[in-house]
Design a protein around this ligand. Structure first.
Ligand SMILES: [Zn+2]
Length: 331
C-alpha cells in the first residue's frame, strides 16, 4: 500500500483532516526512459517527446492549483485529495470534500488559444506556433466523472452534492466559447468559487467526511500505463540495451566483477542496474527472464543476471527452467 505514504492526517479546528498528496505520474518517468533508449533518428521520438511535454505541463498545472489551495482557509472543515484514481478510469486531478459538497476539479495546462466546441464536443487548441490540435472535451470528461461519483455517493447513502469544474492553470491560456452551463474557472478564482459554495442543511459531519475520504482512497484503482513499447508499436529490437551512467546519463556502464563503471566519468556504482531494470518494466513488459536480463544489462552470464534479479524483490513464477521475475504494480 505504497500510496499511504502520501496521505497526511492532521487536526484543524478539532477536526481530523486528510490530505492526499499527488504522486508524480509514472508515465513521465516512462517517456523519459523510452526517449533515452531510442536511437537519435527514430521515427517515434517526436510523438513521445510531445507526450512527455504534455504530461509535464499537466503536472505543472496541477501543482500550481495544489499550491493555491494551500492558502484555502474556509470557515468549515474540508479534505483535499490530489490525483485520485477511481475504478472505471475515473481520474480526478483534485477533489475537495466539504460538509455539503464534493468538488471535482480538472486542471488544463495547454498553451495558446483554447476553444470548446459542441456537436461534437471537443477542445481545440491553436498553439503559440499556429498549429491546430484537437483533444477530447474536458467538459464531457468532467460530466462523466460527476455522474459516476454521484452514483457512488448514492450507494454510500451520502447526501453530498457534486460540483465539477475545469480549471485553467495560467492566464496566458486564452479560452473561447465555453458552452452554457459548463464551469471553467481560472486557477486564481478557485478559492473564491469554493468559498462561495452554499453550505446547506443536508451536510455530513467531519468524521463522516474523513470516513468518505478514507473510503475513496481505499477503492482507488491505479491505472497502469506500462509497458510503453507495444503501445507505441516499437519493436524490442529498436530499444537500446545497457546500464546508463547515473551521472553523465548518456554513457553506458561496464560490469566489472561486482560493480558498474562509467569509462567516461570514472564513477563506480553497485546499484546502477536497478534503474535499468525499472526501465525494462516500463518499456518492454512486466516480466523478465535471466536470459533477457543478461542481454538487457550486458552481463557476462545468466548466473550474474540471476544474482541481480534475486536481489530486486520481484515475484518469481514458473519452475527452474522457465522462471520469470514479475514486477507487481504498486497499489
Ligand atoms: Zn558517466
Amino acid at each position: 500500500m505504497e500510496f499511504l505514504a502520501h496521505i497526511c492526517y492532521y487536526r484543524k479546528r478539532g477536526v481530523d483532516l486528510i490530505i492526499k498528496y499527488r504522486d508524480k505520474p509514472a508515465k513521465i518517468a516512462g517517456y523519459e526512459a523510452l526517449l533515452k533508449r531510442l536511437p537519435a533518428h527514430h521515427a517515434k521520438r517526436g510523438l513521445i517527446q510531445e507526450k512527455l511535454n504534455g504530461a509535464r505541463a499537466g503536472l505543472g498545472g496541477e501543482e500550481r492549483l495544489d499550491q493555491l489551495l494551500e492558502s484555502f482557509d474556509p470557515p468549515y472543515p474540508y479534505l483535499v485529495l490530489q490525483g485520485v484514481e477511481l475504478p472505471g478510469k475515473c481520474q480526478i486531478d483534485l477533489m475537495v470534500i466539504t460538509p455539503s459538497w464534493l468538488v471535482l476539479l480538472e486542471v488544463k495546462n495547454i498553451a495558446g488559444r483554447l476553444r470548446f466546441t459542441e456537436n461534437p464536443s471537443a477542445l481545440h487548441q491553436l498553439t503559440p506556433a499556429g498549429e491546430m490540435k484537437g483533444y477530447k472535451s474536458p467538459i464531457i470528461q468532467m460530466e462523466t466523472a460527476e455522474m459516476k461519483i454521484t452514483k457512488l455517493l448514492k450507494q454510500l447513502n451520502c447526501p453530498l452534492r457534486v460540483q465539477s469544474a475545469i480549471v485553467i492553470a495560467y492566464p496566458s491560456q486564452i479560452v473561447e466559447s465555453v458552452p452554457a452551463g459548463a464551469k471553467v474557472w481560472s486557477a486564481d478564482e478557485v478559492l473564491i468559487q469554493l468559498e462561495r459554495l452554499q453550505m446547506t442543511n443536508s451536510s455530513i459531519s467531519a468524521s463522516q467526511m474523513t470516513a468518505l475520504g478514507d473510503h475513496l482512497l481505499s477503492i482507488q484503482d491505479h491505472y497502469n500505463p506500462f509497458p510503453l513499447a507495444p503501445k507505441f508499436d516499437i519493436l524490442p529490437s529498436e530499444i537500446e540495451n545497457g546500464v546508463f551512467c547515473p551521472r553523465c546519463r548518456l554513457k553506458k556502464m561496464d560490469r566489472l566483477l561486482r560493480i558498474w563503471e562509467c569509462k567516461s566519468c570514472f564513477i563506480l556504482s553497485g546499484e546502477a542496474h536497478f534503474e535499468a531494470l525499472e526501465e525494462w518494466f516500463m518499456i518492454h513488459k512486466s516480466t523478465i527472464t535471466t536470459t533477457e536480463c543478461k542481454e538487457f544489462l550486458g552481463l557476462p552470464d545468466r548466473d550474474a543476471a540471476k544474482r541481480l534479479l534475486k536481489r530486486m524483490g520481484l515475484e518469481e513464477r514458473g519452475g527452474r527452467r522457465h522462471r520469470q521475475y514479475v514486477k507487481r504494480m504498486e497499489k
